[in-house]
Design a protein around this ligand. Sequence first.
Ligand code: PDD
Length: 284
Amino acid sequence: MSRIAYVAGQYLPHRLAAVHIEDRGYQFADGVYEVIAVVDGHLVDKERHLTRLRRSLAELRIARPMPDSALTIVIREVVRRNGVDTGIVYLQVTRGAAPREHAFPKAGKPTLVVTSRRTRPPDPKLGQEGIAVITIPDIRWQRCDIKSVALVANVLGKQQAKEAGAYEAWQVDRDGRITEGTSTNAWIVTADNTVVTRAADTAILNGVTRAAVFEILDRAGYRLVERPFTVAEAKAAREAFLTSTTADLLPVVRIDGAPVGEGRPGRLSQELRAAYFAHAAAAP
Ligand code: PDD
């Protein structure tokens, strides 16, 4: 089946789908995106993703390409045309095409691209054995709360992790505190079983998976504290894990080569991982 993309008003085969060379997404990374999981044909946490998209657009003063009701129809149609049962939807909105000049163009309309593809379920070994992370300086801009397509620092960080044989790089701010991964949120569990993750300030993306895990913790009666934590605290934590739409929830068992806890996925991480899968599977 050839893949179909929605590009600026049309459903097109990928090889014909294109945006203008003067699209501001291409020239300035002047745009935002979302990645939504598809599980058994259902969109996981769609409302949260669309709410965050609206926020990102508003922060950058980019017009909404269409109302959420119409956008939902486009998303579902792209999923259907690509025969995606389990996979992802990628959605990108830029300020549109205009002659290159930094300030906003007077006229012009946003470019919307929606694609979807099947993905293999993540390797179960990652969940069973846990993953390694490295720590790197956070060299990104000061508005990481906006889900901007300007991801070159994240790209460099993820590549560094890969070359070090790790799954992810946890970025560290100037005060030695972890902000987040290059495409995931970072969490630890302290000796007294308190779950800790950085508050959703402008230094991190307010993850949709993060919000779902908050609900799970609340329902199960676990203690959650939103505060920054240092690299040293993470290394000494009882458990650590990361979350994202594409990684789900993965136990972190090594940080910069040193074991976290007993160097095995912790009990709470495993429990939360199972609860998150149940949440995703229950998507309407
Ligand atoms: N990344 N932090 C960053 C920097 C991210 O890019 C992401 C998501 C997250 C987790 O957010 P969520 O739980 O809403 O997926 C945190 C997506 C998956 C990506 O860029 O592919």
